[in-house]
Design a protein around this ligand. Structure first.
Ligand code: PMP
Length: 418
């Protein structure tokens, strides 16, 4: 699997960003919908973020103290209250570190080793979870009981044996596999919206909460993408489901590296360093909870929650989603546009897209070609990736994007017809 920044024939080198725009090293300007994989919900270089970073240098006088600080408590409470009012929170330096900690906590809490995850769901470069993220369908087994497939050299042996792979949005098969493996499951982790955009169906999500609660298997929502994008309170708010553990990242750092784990007190108290040796879960990191990142993150989240800011981004996203859908259908390209809140994606298919297999069976080749044409026309996103909107995207940006998108579609379809 390629690194995240790479795409064929070669990635673009970017030099500068401002608001909704980004410029490459050759000086070409793009309307940016990558927004650093969704992390920048206020756009590039928003004033509240710049002020927050500067105020840390002014007032704290340093970037990191290596000690607890007030901002950790203040910002931690703000996030905790949005994601699990009765829970406790720990900051990490990335989404990956959040999922690592969540799995370690769940394994220590249940004293079991196996983790259940869904095919096509990403949880960072985490040994036990780099399994069946992007499996080749030829080696992935049956749709109803997917085989664990390694996503990286060195992810093998016990890591594969200790990972149970489930089919997303297929309740019958998921229930059967979870029940059959329940005695060995330390937790069930998922992206509540696969790849941030394909929703878990409501009844599926409600039943999943019920089943895991009945079987006492901690349920982990990985909201690194969906947090503050699907809703302010993430997918958890959208589904009215409180999982046992939530992983956060991206937006909560305002564009600086961060992650967080919010979880039920009973599980999180395993982190208490005053606990008995052998029962305490180790968690440490030189830069965890550093004031520079947390101040930037807090300013971002507060700005997003101000007035109608979040609603405005959602309204703009809905409007662009409609335009993309119309542009495709008016050119007889059958597509499914999926996503909720402030991000979306589209799949070229005449069926619905409910999980990884549906996505893989859509015309990904044409989608990549279209996206390369879209990039050349001045709209930036990762080919076959998501559109992530921000507060900086204006109505004019949306209008321009719609025009450029339409032109790129015409160009590709004309060439293909020749
Ligand atoms: N979980 C999910 C759902 C993600 O989307 C990502 C990053 N794209 C991660 C975990 C890992 O986060 P990070 O890149 O900050 O390590």
């Amino acid at each position: 699997m390629a690194g995240i920044k790479f795409f064929p024939p070669h990635p673009l080198f970017m030099k500068r960003g401002s608001g909704s725009r980004i410029w490459d090293v050759d000086g070409n300007e793009y309307i940016d919908y990558l927004m650093s994989y969704g992390a920048l919900i206020l756009g590039h270089g928003h004033k509240s973020l710049r002020d927050a970073v500067e105020s840390v240098l002014e007032e704290v006088g340093t970037t990191v103290t290596g000690t607890p600080s007030e901002i950790e408590i203040e910002y931690g409470r703000l996030l905790r209250d949005l994601y699990n009012k009765e829970g406790l929170l720990r900051f990490t330096n990335s989404g990956l570190e959040a999922t690592l900690l969540a799995v370690r906590l769940a394994r220590a809490y249940t004293r079991r080793r196996c983790v259940a995850k869904f095919e096509g769901h990403y949880h960072g470069a985490n040994d036990q979870l780099l399994v069946s993220y992007k499996p080749d369908l030829a080696s992935a087994g049956l749709r109803e009981s997917p085989k664990p497939v390694s996503d990286s050299a060195d992810v093998d042996g016990s890591r594969l044996e200790d990972t149970l792979v489930l089919p997303f949005n297929d309740w019958e098969s998921t229930e059967r596999l979870v029940r059959a493996n329940a005695p060995r499951l330390a937790c069930l982790i998922l992206e509540p919206f696969e790849d941030g955009v394909i929703p878990g169906e409501r009844t599926f999500m409600t039943k999943l909460r019920g089943l895991t609660a009945d079987l006492r298997i901690p349920l982990v929502y990985d909201e690194v993408k969906t947090g503050f994008r699907v809703r302010i309170g993430g997918a958890s708010e959208y589904y009215s489901v409180v999982p046992d553990i939530t992983c956060l990242g991206k937006i909560i750092g305002g564009g600086l590296p961060v992650g967080a784990v919010v979880g039920n007190e009973e599980i999180m108290k395993l982190l208490d360093p005053r606990g008995a040796k052998g029962t305490t879960v180790f968690h440490s990191g030189t830069f965890n909870g550093n004031p520079l990142v947390l101040n930037a993150g807090k300013a971002t989240v507060e700005t997003l929650m101000e007035g109608g800011n979040f609603k405005r981004i959602v309204a703009n996203t809905d409007s662009l989603k409609r335009s993309v859908s119309t542009a495709l259908s008016s050119r007889q390209i059958q597509a499914s546009v999926v996503g909720e809140g402030c991000m979306f994606s589209y799949f070229i298919t005449n069926g619905g897209v409910r999980n990884y297999r549906d996505a893989e069976n859509s015309d990904m080749k044409l989608r990549r070609i279209l996206d390369l044409a879209i990039i050349l026309s001045g709209v930036y996103l990762k080919p076959a990736g998501r559109f992530s909107l921000s507060l900086a995207h204006s109505k004019e940006d949306l209008q321009l994007t719609t025009e450029m998108f339409g032109r790129a579609l015409d160009e590709v379809t004309n060439r293909l017809q020749k």
